[in-house]
Design a protein around this ligand. Structure first.
Ligand SMILES: Cc1cc2nc3c(=O)[nH]c(=O)nc-3n(C[C@H](O)[C@H](O)[C@H](O)COP(=O)(O)O)c2cc1C
Length: 187
C-alpha cells in the first residue's frame, strides 16, 4: 500500500476513548477496536495483516521504537508517547502502554497488545522538541547517535525513560488506572 503524505493537521482524539490493537510477535496487526479503525482512516480489511508501521509517522525517531521493542520482547512494560499518521496524512498523539502475550505452556511470546489514550498537550509540547532533535541526529549519525543522545539527555535529567515519561504525563495515576482497567478488560 502506498504511504500517505503527512499533512500538518491534528486529529483531535476523544479523551474518554481508548485505542486498542493486537499484533503477532512480529508486529503484524491482528485486531483493532472500533476507535483504532476509525481514527486510522483505514478499513478493518486494510489494517488486518499489515505491519503496525502502516500508521508510523515520519516525525517519529527510530530509536523510540527500538527501545520499545527491546522492552516488550523482554516482557517489560513501557509507556511511550507516539505520533501516528492516519490514512489521509493527518496526525494524532497518543500515550501507549503494551502488554506481552505468552503461550502458557511453552512460555514463548505469541503477540502484543497496545492500549492508547489521547496524550496530554503539555507532554506533547515537550516531547516534540526531543523527538525533533533525535530525528535530526538520526538523519546524520544513525540510531547509534540518537541512542547516545537520548541516554545523555536522560542522564542529565537524572531519570530513567519511565520516570521521564511519568513526569511528562503528570503521573497523576489516572493513566495508570486506565491502563490497568484496559488490560483487565482485554485479556
Ligand atoms: C502492539 C504494537 C503496537 C504498535 N503500535 C504502533 C503505533 O501505534 N505506531 C507506530 O508507529 N508503531 C507501532 N508499533 C511499532 C511498529 O511495529 C514498528 O516497529 C514501528 O512503526 C517502526 O517501524 P519500522 O520498524 O518499520 O521502522 C507497534 C508495535 C506493536 C507490537
Amino acid at each position: 500500500m502506498e504511504r500517505p503524505t503527512p499533512v500538518d493537521e491534528e486529529i483531535i482524539l476523544d479523551p474518554k476513548r481508548y485505542i486498542v490493537s493486537k499484533t503477532d510477535k512480529k508486529g503484524v496487526i491482528e485486531y483493532g477496536n472500533d476507535y483504532f479503525v476509525q481514527i486510522s482512516g483505514y478499513s478493518e480489511a486494510e489494517l488486518i495483516g499489515q505491519p503496525h508501521s502502516i500508521i508510523r509517522h515520519p516525525d517519529m525517531p527510530r530509536i523510540v521504537f527500538k527501545m520499545m521493542w527491546e522492552r516488550i520482547l523482554n516482557d517489560q512494560n513501557v509507556m511511550a508517547l507516539v505520533k501516528n499518521m492516519a490514512k489521509d496524512g493527518r496526525y494524532y498523539w497518543v500515550v501507549t502502554e503494551f502488554e506481552t502475550k505468552k503461550d502458557p505452556i511453552s512460555n514463548q511470546i505469541i503477540g502484543f497488545t497496545a492500549f492508547r489514550k489521547a496524550a496530554p498537550k503539555e507532554a506533547v509540547k515537550t516531547i516534540e522538541v526531543l523527538y525533533k532533535k533525535l530525528l535530526e541526529i538520526e538523519a546524520v549519525g544513525g540510531m547509534e547517535a540518537s541512542e547516545k543522545y537520548l541516554r545523555g539527555y536522560l542522564e542529565e535529567a537524572g531519570k530513567s525513560y519511565d520516570e521521564y515519561i511519568d513526569g511528562l504525563i503528570g503521573n497523576n495515576g489516572i493513566f495508570k488506572l486506565f491502563f490497568k482497567m484496559m488490560k483487565a478488560l482485554f485479556r
